[in-house]
Design a protein around this ligand. Structure first.
Ligand code: C2E
Ligand code: CA
Ligand code: CA
Ligand code: CA
Length: 278
């Protein structure tokens, strides 16, 4: 620490001040974004491997910044989480997703499930399940068409609390999925106590199929685990035909990824769905 002279300390403090300033600025911009309707949703289809049909769409948040253009959620979600703004932003996404699906239903499009991501801060809000119920009522969407994606790490932060909220959501009629499965530390024994319908195999295990034997072994193991527990299983980040073939042979129920479709604007998704109409 002898080398850490005055100048260094000064630089360090300036840097911290700059970072704090930047954080405040982001916070301000996120708040304006929420008020100014700069957020929008894209929709990525999920396909059933047995029927070849789109059965669901994952709603993915986008920020159309007036100066910076489209900003990815991997950039602004962590900032929103840090500042707590993820709670109103996440609620906005949930409401917008429910409203969009209701509009598609009213327009006579084929039945579909909408899958919405939930952040830990949001999930831990007091009476969050009743907030979800309110949003469903407000948008007129039936609960059974909504699926919430919870990450393993969100659940593991407080297992008893998470199970209680999951049961409250289940009681409303909403379905649950575990997102990014395999990346967290959820014990397999805890898994059977979770009222979930679907496991989403994390993209990191899918990416190197069929080159990485370990990833293939892990993916197969997750699929058979899901089957034995009576859960549905979807692989995310599926980009190639070889991956589809492997997953199909391994007994995976569903896929999501660029191979089938990138996330689409509401309009583009709607025309995809209309063209797939039986
Ligand atoms: P996620 O929930 O794991 O979502 C899947 C991400 O993988 C999406 O990134 C999607 O565009 C991307 N993806 C889908 N298929 C492929 C593929 O074949 N290859 C590759 N390389 N990527 C693929 P996106 O849209 O950038 O979202 C990133 C993350 O931001 C999401 O990861 C999710 O954790 C978070 N996020 C998005 N929307 C929301 C939201 O409304 N609320 C919350 N709390 N988080 C959200
Ligand atoms: Ca997700
Ligand atoms: Ca995921
Ligand atoms: Ca992920």
């Amino acid at each position: 620490a002898k080398e850490l002279g005055r100048d260094n300390i000064q630089v360090f403090t300036e840097e911290m001040a700059a970072r704090a300033h930047e954080r405040l600025q982001w916070q301000e911009e996120l708040r304006e974004a929420l008020a100014g309707e700069e957020f929008l949703l894209h929709f990525q289809p999920q396909m059933n491997l047995g029927t070849g049909r789109i059965f669901a769409a994952e709603a993915l948040l986008r920020w159309n910044h007036p100066v910076r253009g489209i900003i990815s959620p991997s950039v602004f979600i962590p900032l929103a989480e840090e500042t707590g703004l993820i709670v109103p932003i996440g609620d906005w996404a949930l409401r917008a997703a429910c409203r969009q699906l209701k509009a598609w239903q009213d327009a006579g499009l084929p039945p579909l499930i909408i899958s919405v991501n939930v952040s830990a801060r949001q999930f831990r809000e007091r009476n969050w399940a009743s907030r979800v119920a309110e949003i469903l009522k407000e948008t007129g969407l039936e609960a059974r068409y909504l699926e919430l994606e919870l990450t393993e790490s969100l659940i593991m932060q407080d297992v008893p609390g998470a199970i209680a909220t999951m049961h409250a959501l289940e009681a409303i009629g909403v379905h649950l999925a575990i997102d990014d499965f395999g990346t967290g530390y959820s014990s397999l024994s805890a898994l059977k106590r979770f009222p979930v319908r679907r496991l989403k195999i994390d993209r990191s295990f899918v990416t190197d199929i069929p080159l990485d034997a370990d990833d293939m072994a892990i993916t197969s193991a997750i699929i058979s685990l899901a089957q034995k527990l009576g859960l549905r299983v979807i692989a995310e980040g599926v980009e190639s035909e070889a991956q589809v073939e492997f997953l199909q042979k391994a007994g995976c129920d569903e896929i999501q990824g660029y191979f089938f479709s990138r996330p689409l604007s509401a309009e583009a998704f709607e025309s995809l769905l209309s063209s797939a109409r039986p």
